[in-house]
Design a protein around this ligand. Structure first.
Ligand SMILES: Nc1ncnc2c1ncn2[C@@H]1O[C@H](COP(=O)(O)OP(=O)(O)OP(=O)(O)O)[C@@H](O)[C@H]1O
Length: 285
């Protein structure tokens, strides 16, 4: 199983004039094999930048990301990415989408068919195997995207708001599915979400990020994802422990958002290219 190590990772982008924007600054963490980590934080705190580095789409300005001790220097088949919108081949059938990667790698047809049957069964789409993807609902398309990701047998699964475009009811069902897949596939998962409840339900670890510079403010270890696997999401959400934790995280993020709004007019460029402001101070720091 896969261990992910990030050491002193910084990513900056050219900003106005001579300044640079510190999208990520000196971020370090280790994610153990089989852990599911949710990442939550206000807009612009560097969540997608971090995921892009882990996917190998973006090279860090300094520092490194290592997968089982090997530096990540580009995209790789051992990492699967699921986006908010499935990035599927809409004209192909569900089955053809799911088996696209294995077909490219030369997997024989019978083996591919068996793989598609197993994965489509896992995500509850056995009966639409031959349908064109464009004829499916948004929730079904995201299930195809999950199955397609799993078909490539990635050791590390990276998800950027995979359920963000779904209605509330479908989203809850999909959260159950992600928990089931995580349990059955036993993969290391990093998931970005804008929903506090989703982050708490799916992340046995939860990174709260802050912007300017982008960094990890809190690293929570939470019991809810494990509990939800046995007791179900609805039951866990109703517990006092869940509600107390949610209120704490909500007020942390609320304070951060307030600070960001205030700092928008006050922030000045610094010599190191970051911007001074109130974000990340006070309770959130
Ligand atoms: N290619 C780029 N060029 C310049 N600036 C960038 C680039 N990509 C990201 N940024 C900036 O880096 C910061 C972090 O962006 P990022 O997209 O990682 O944030 P995020 O937390 O994912 O935001 P959101 O929740 O809105 O998706 C933002 O200020 C963004 O404007």
């Amino acid at each position: 199983m896969t261990t992910l190590t990030v050491r002193n990772l910084s990513v900056s982008f050219p900003a106005t004039g001579q300044t640079r924007l510190a999208a990520l600054q000196d971020v370090s963490f280790t994610i153990a094999a089989g852990e599911m980590v949710a990442i939550l934080g206000p807009s612009g705190c560097g969540k997608t930048t971090l995921l892009n580095v882990l996917a190998g789409f973006l090279r860090p300005t300094s520092g490194e990301a290592l997968l089982n001790g090997h530096p990540i220097s580009g995209p790789g088949a051992e990492r699967g990415v699921v986006f908010q919108q499935g990035a599927l081949f809409e004209w192909m059938s569900v089955k053809a989408n799911v088996t696209f990667g294995p077909r490219m790698k030369g997997m024989p047809r019978a083996e591919r068919d068996a793989l598609a049957r197993r994965l489509l069964g896992l995500v509850g789409l056995s009966d639409v195997s031959d349908r064109a993807v464009h004829s499916l609902s948004g929730g079904m398309q995201q299930r195809v995207a999950l199955a397609r990701c799993l078909a490539n047998d990635p050791a590390l699964i990276l998800m950027d708001e995979p359920l963000g475009a779904l209605d509330a009811l479908t989203r809850e069902k999909m959260q159950e599915l992600v928990l089931k897949l995580w349990h059955e596939a036993a993969r290391t998962v990093v998931l970005i979400t804008h929903s506090v409840e989703e982050a708490m339900l799916l992340g046995e670890r939860l990174f709260i990020m802050a912007p300017r510079p982008g960094r990890i403010l809190q690293d929570y270890r939470l019991p809810f994802a494990r509990a939800a696997q046995t007791e179900g999401i609805r039951a866990v959400k109703q517990t006092q422990a869940f509600q107390r934790q949610r209120d704490e995280i909500l007020s942390l993020i609320w304070d951060m958002e307030e600070a960001i709004m205030g700092s928008d007019t006050e922030a000045e460029p610094q010599g190191d290219g970051t911007r001074a402001g109130k974000s990340g101070t006070g309770k959130a720091a």
